[in-house]
Design a protein around this ligand. Structure first.
Ligand code: HEC
Length: 168
């Protein structure tokens, strides 16, 4: 019986010692074994959207009436509408639905506030291009802003795309 006790004690002490050793080893070469880049070893290109280039005055949403009077500088060419459609599918369709029909046509809208139908003729008539551009760039009451994801020009492209929804 005495030997069993000593054996158990030895096993416990051995396991403890082993764990202590592992901790010690990891402690010692913790930072040296990780991938790292030495200064000057590589050049990283700047991630898109972190440095403003060119840029435009952003009118805050409190002054939507000012923004609403801005004329649309981008002609609704097929190219512009195509770019607008692509951005709409990426950023807007989760809430507004693939056709901009609003309600619960977008997968996120079922868990969020159902957005309005952007193809509605009455709404299309009421809103200026500048108003919708401002909605995209600085956001709405609950709608998030897309000023960081889309340039001002791309936002106009999206507006041009939204205008094609009314025609259908
Ligand atoms: C997180 C969900 C969500 C996303 C993503 C989203 N919207 Fe909205 N949007 C809304 C909601 C909700 C409203 C209703 C107005 C409000 O409360 O902000 C709205 C309102 C609008 C309006 C205003 C309609 C009006 O004249 O009253 C426009 C235009 C619009 N969205 C366009 C877009 C575009 C373009 C995108 C993509 C760049 C987009 N939305 C992305 C939820 C969203």
């Amino acid at each position: 019986m005495k030997y069993v006790f000593i054996l158990v004690l030895l096993i416990v002490a051995g396991a403890g010692g082993l764990m202590g050793l592992v901790v010690g080893i990891r402690w010692m070469n913790n930072m040296t074994q990780t991938p790292r880049i030495m200064p000057g070893e590589r050049n990283f290109s700047m991630p898109a959207g972190v440095v403003p280039r060119g840029g435009e005055l952003v009118v805050p949403k409190e002054q939507r009436d000012v923004a609403a009077r801005q004329p649309n500088p981008i002609r609704p060419t097929p190219e512009s509408v195509t770019i607008g459609r692509q951005h709409f599918q990426t950023f807007c369709s989760p809430c507004h639905g693939p056709e901009g029909k609003g309600g619960v046509t977008g997968p996120v809208a079922t868990k969020f506030i159902p957005p309005p139908d952007l193809s509605n003729a009455e709404l299309q008539r009421q809103r200026t291009d500048g108003y919708w551009h401002s909605y995209i760039v600085v956001g709405g009451a609950v709608m998030p802003s897309y000023g960081e994801a889309l340039s001002s020009r791309e936002a106009w492209d999206v507006v041009n795309f939204l205008r094609t929804l009314a025609a259908k």
